[in-house]
Structures are given as C-alpha cells and as structure tokens.
Ligand binder design. Sequence first.
Ligand code: UD1
Ligand code: UDP
Length: 398
Amino acid sequence: MTSPRAASPTGTNRIPSPPSHPKSKVLVVLGTRPEAIKLAPVILQLRRMSDELETVLCVTAQHRSLLDGVLQLFELYPEFDLDLMRPGQTLTGLTSRMLGAMEPVLEAVQPDLTLVQGDTTTTYCGALASFYAGVRIAHVEAGLRTFDVASPFPEEMNRAATTQLASLHFAPTEQASENLVRAGVPRRAVHVTGNTGIDAVLHVAKRLEAGMPSGVRLPLAAGRKLIVITAHRRESFGNPFRTICNAVAELARREDVQIVWPVHPNPNIEPIVRSVLAGKPNVHLIEPLEYAAFIDLLRKAFFVITDSGGVQEEGPSLGKPVLVLRNKTERPEAISVGAVKLVGYDPERIVREATLLLEDPSEHERMSRTQSPYGDGQAGERIAAHIRDFLRAGVQNL
Ligand code: UD1
Ligand code: UDP
C-alpha cells in the first residue's frame, strides 16, 4: 500500500509540519448528576472546536447510578473513570480518595486548563488537585453564594474555595458576577453566561416535544394535580427531613392531588421518606428518574417542592412554580421575579403555601408566568468561546 508520504504531490518525502498553534488541552472533571447535566452543553461545544482544543473528560463517579444515565443521554464517553463512589461515603473519605486519584490523571493529561462546575466535592477536589499541579482552572456556575458556610453544607465552602483557586469564572447571572467581584476576583476574569442547566433543560424539552419517548411510566391520574418533590440536602438530614415528610403526608390527604417523589439514593434519606410516606394513597415514592424522564415529569407538574439547586432553575424555565425547602438560597433571582418561594422546613408553612397554589388560580398563574432569570440556552456556547479565547491568549493569563 502506498503511504501518504510517498504520495506527496511534489515527489519529495514531506514530514508533516506541526500545526502552527499546537492544540490546547482542556481537562473536564465532573462527578455527580447535576455536574454532568450542566457540563454536557459545554463539553459538546468544546468538542466542536476539536481543530484547536483537545477535550479530555475525567469522571470521578462521586455518583454512580445517577451519573451514568446522564453520560449516556448526552453521549459523553469519559477518557478517565475513577469510579470513586462508595455507599454511605463520608465527605473526608471521599475527598481524600479523590485528591489521590486526581494526581495521576493530571500527570498523564498535562492539561492547559481544568474545567469544573458548581460546588460538589468533585468540583473542589478537581480544582484543588489542579491548583497543586500548577494547572489553571475555569469554574462554571461561579459566584453563587448564601454567605452562610453552614447552608448549603458543604457546598457554600466548596464554591467559595473554588473561586479562590480559579482563573476564569463563568457566572450564570449578574448577581453572581457581583458576588465574585466583591470577593476580589478581577472583573476581567468574570463572564456572565447564563446557566448551562438551562441549555440542557431546553434541549431535552425540545426533544420531548418532538416526540422523544421519556420513559416515564407512572399511572398519572387524570383530574388530579401533580406535585413533584425532590430533596437531598445534608443540612436537612434528620429532623428537618421528618418534618418535610410530615408536610407531604398532610398534603396527600387531599383528593385532588397526586404526589410523585423520586427518592435520592443517599442512605440518610430513603429510610425516613419511606417510614413516613410508604403506602400513603396519592404518594408515589419512586427511584430517581433518568434526566429526560424527570424533565417530562416536571412538564406535567402543577408545581414542584424541592431543595435542589438545579430544579430551582428548571422550574421557572418550564413555567412551573417552585416551593424551596430551605431557609436560604444562593439562587435569589427566581424569588425576585416571583417564580420561587422559600418555605423552609416548617410543615405548616409548607402546607399553607402548597394549599395556596392548589386553591388560588391567580397565585398559581402569577408564579407560572415569569421569565426565567437563568439564561437563554446559549451558555455552553459562550463558555466554550471564552475558554478558546483564554487559551489562545496563552501565558499572559497566568
Ligand atoms: C452530592 C453533592 C451535592 C449535590 C448532590 C446532587 C457533595 C458534598 N454533595 O450530594 O452538592 O447537590 O450530590 O445529587 O458533593 N448514591 C448512590 N448512587 C448514586 C449517587 C449517590 O447510591 O448514584 C448514594 C451513595 O450511598 C453515596 C451517597 O448517596 O455514598 C451520597 O453521595 P454524595 O455524592 O456523597 O452526596 P450527595 O448527597 O449525593
Ligand atoms: N434530576 C433527575 N432525576 C431525578 C431528579 C432530578 O435527572 O429523579 C435532575 C434535575 O432535573 C436536575 C438535577 O437532577 O437537573 C438536580 O440534581 P440534584 O437535585 O441531585 O442536585 P443539585 O442541583 O441540588 O446540586
């Protein structure tokens, strides 16, 4: 067989010259379900720039079952899978295993930039290990703050520490950007991009509208209002969780509702939820849903009750009122526009606000008809372009 070299049109043995700009390498590190959902839109855009950038995906698998479905949905095939999840893992155990596992990955890849998202143990460890290896860091969903290190725990610390470590900060909103500037981040290092979670939800909602089967197989009763619930925050473990469950039990006494709760697999949650709610009429406790199935469920919901960060953003973008099971939120924008209310853990307050939504059509209409403050679905594209420009500018950014 003729080799390409022998087939050179000039007849000389031409050695291919290296590209004038060698490719920069971006190492993307993610570990949990929400990180995969929110980084997928960025990874897909980065991969479109493959003539200039090489994108390497490392999953810590801080989550296993919750993560794998999202990787499949967005066709993300990791180059490294650290497979770190252990049942009932502790924060210290997971952190120490993760830092140890990240070091050889950084040595093997030698990235020009590490990309992390949000505020999980993976975010913090991905950033810290990169910092120790002398690798610059870009942070997606930067600048969210409650200014209370105990809530959410440990996420407020994780994101504030990641801010200290990062060189490039992608803030979803103006308010998040101001938080970063007030924390001493130079304004030129901050870009307001919108939240990549909105890119993901709009993309999936469009596919569902176009007929993609979602896989939801629940016997949703006609004539009943669907309430979707999720909860998993560490600061609610124990009594707050019990009071949340009691409030749900109270709501379930109504004949006009149907409640669906995909229960997070964290072992601190499931036993309490089942002990209070299993067997209650109108309450379906189900396994976590695949992302597309969950978005389909949200589309059918009358309203949502949650302590999730991501669901607080998805609700308004799908026109669904959200009651947030927390006393503080790092996402105040949707409260300002009236799409979200904080209801804390007080069962009376939870039941009162839910009853208002069920019985007062004008209140339901008011909360459903707001403009999402979290973006337009183009955040991934903006972030990928900023990363490319940052890497083109080279060492000047160090
Ligand atoms: C983590 C993040 C939290 C994020 C949440 C999203 C930290 C400190 N917390 O919380 O910020 O909002 O993910 O869901 O990073 N488990 C499974 N299968 C899975 C995932 C979890 O069985 O696919 C169980 C395991 O027993 C695991 C436990 O849940 O040990 C806790 O997982 P972990 O990632 O430590 O905390 P989360 O509560 O999921
Ligand atoms: N989600 C999902 N299946 C479920 C429940 C939630 O795919 O059964 C998605 C949801 O759409 C959102 C994300 O998981 O995008 C939120 O994850 P979680 O609440 O675990 O974490 P947080 O956003 O609070 O960090």
